[in-house]
Ligand binder design. Structure first.
Ligand code: FES
Ligand SMILES: [Fe+2]
Length: 512
């Protein structure tokens, strides 16, 4: 069991509320909610990530019993459309059986067990098994068995496809294989109360990228629960206003929330001389002042504040020079594949048009308000600055819908029954236009474990950021095998969300 001892937790609540009070616009009630987790550092057994027995336990106690996001309505726009949902060796077939009704069946034929469908598809009028042709209606009742005379004992009314429960939230379809599970509405609680201005009911699926990653699903999922890693993994984001204690964390029932404002406390980054702007790819680490510069030969030259230099490849392997050890994430950021300039968001300068100095966070909110105006009209003027923060939820066990106006959603699950690999999916949900006309993305764009996220340009800037995250994840898994320790250590506050996850996981594993 993870061991949580009592401690005193430092929260960002006071600084956060001061920030809200400084905004003349109305602040939605959900942004004012404080719901801290119990304090205490938490020690998580390493075996949770590397043991096959633990994976098997998760299958029995968690995946076979918990509500889990299976797919999105846009995956099945027409009656008869269907999507297989595979999880840890199990498979379910979600079918749109009527305009506003979805069912989920065990994805296995009642004859000799063939998977009924291995890919998504459209316009099903009957569900016929490709092996010997047993056939069901969309509502799961038996339609036909070839040579039925050969099954003299078979009662057709007992041959309907077994169903699992279905829940719906924000145009997502959830399923639960446990016939005795709690109602979906109780499980999801008041999650919708955080999504009132632009509810997920008014969004469509704009992009869907899936990648196989060589790590346990929890390693990947937990890497997207906190801002703590931004300091080391995404140092360039510090330039945009995010700092070490910048994020507010809360927990509510089965979900947790992070709000990264880009302006809380610890804003005192060291001052550095301006860098020449000669169009070259160049970035200064905001904390130690090392300057990373792309060279024409594909290598990266790094110069320390005392003038010493070194040359590295984009994996930060030393090639030559006095300087020997630098940040791999910045080497890749500067020297790795680059986005087209149009995909790089402009970095606002820290002063307003009227000459009055404004914090970059406020300027960024002003820019986003204008981007939002075509969608919500002049209501944009009433949107508080805080609503343009990075707001990221985790609904236990594996679904991460981002709040506010962010488009990002993640799902993490084991890759089949391989507990050393997982599938990470990034789904973008964009606002449905006023005229109701939109074309959702119809296919999942798959990336293999060695593919670069930049092969998914539909994710824009996030692809480049993901390349930094994925420079950690397989090495976390390898390190968990290599470590001399039995436990990982999660901090009081910044790791609130992983702590909440492990507390929930323990509840599920302890159920009879
Ligand atoms: S396995 Fe499906 S019809 Fe035989
Ligand atoms: Fe990250």
């Amino acid at each position: 069991m993870a061991n949580t001892s009592n401690g005193s937790v430092r929260t960002m609540d006071a600084a956060y509320h001061k920030l809200l009070d400084s905004d003349p616009r109305p602040i939605p009630e959900s942004y004012r909610r404080d719901s801290p987790i119990e304090p205490g550092p938490t020690f998580v057994p390493v075996e949770r990530y590397i043991s096959r027995e633990f994976h098997d336990l998760e299958v029995e106690k968690l995946w076979k019993r918990v509500w889990q996001m299976a797919c999105h309505e846009d995956d099945m726009p027409d009656v008869g459309d269907y999507v297989p949902y595979d999880i840890a060796g199990m498979s379910f077939l979600v079918v749109r059986v009527a305009e506003d009704e979805f069912k989920a069946y065990y994805n296995a034929c009642l004859h000799r067990g063939r998977k009924l469908r291995e890919n998504r598809g459209k316009h099903l009028v009957e569900l016929r098994c490709p092996f010997h042709g047993w056939c069901w209606n969309l509502d799961g009742t038996l339609r036909e068995i070839p040579c039925q005379w050969d099954y003299p004992e078979l009662k057709p009314e007992e041959q309907s496809l077994p169903e699992v429960k279905v829940g719906r939230w924000g145009r997502y379809i959830f399923i639960n294989p446990d016939p005795n599970c709690e109602p979906f509405e109780d499980f999801i609680g008041d999650l919708s109360s955080h999504f009132e201005l632009l509810p997920y009911e008014r969004r469509y699926k704009e992009a869907h990228v899936a990648k196989i990653v060589r790590c346990n699903w929890k390693v990947a999922s937990e890497a997207f629960m906190e801002s703590y890693h931004v300091i080391a993994t995404h140092p360039q984001i510090l330039l945009g206003g995010a700092h070490d204690v910048d994020t507010k964390y809360d927990v509510f029932g089965n979900y947790s929330r992070a709000i990264r404002c880009g302006a809380l406390e610890s804003s005192g980054l060291p001052e550095w001389e301006p860098m020449p702007d000669d169009g070259r790819g160049r970035l200064r680490h905001p904390l130690n002042g090392y300057v990373y510069e792309a060279r024409d030969d594909g290598l990266v030259q790094v110069t320390a504040p005392d003038g010493t230099t070194g040359v590295f490849n984009t994996n930060a392997q030393w090639i030559e020079g006095e300087l020997g050890d630098v940040n791999p994430h910045l080497c890749n950021w500067v020297g790795g594949r680059q986005l087209p300039p149009s995909d790089m968001p402009p970095m606002p300068k820290p002063s307003g048009d009227d000459g009055v100095a404004k914090h970059p966070r406020v300027l960024m909110a002003d820019m986003q308000r204008e981007a939002l105006r075509p969608i919500i009209g002049d209501l944009a003027d009433q949107v508080a600055d805080v609503e343009f923060s990075s707001v990221f939820f985790t609904l236990f066990p594996n679904f991460h819908p981002w709040g506010s106006f962010n488009r990002i959603n993640y799902r993490f699950r084991p890759n089949g029954n391989n507990h050393e690999e997982c599938i990470m999916e990034c789904i973008y949900l964009a606002p449905i236009p006023d005229d109701g006309n939109y074309t959702p993305v119809s296919e999942i764009h798959w990336l293999g474990p060695d593919d670069d996220w930049m092969d998914a340009p539909e994710l824009g800037m996030l692809s480049k950021v993901f390349n930094q995250d994925f420079r950690n994840l397989p090495y976390v898994q390898q390190g968990l095998h290599a470590t001399a320790k039995e436990f990982l250590q999660l901090s009081d506050y910044n790791e609130t969300k992983p702590r909440h996850f492990h507390m929930k996981l323990e509840e599920w594993l302890a159920k009879p």
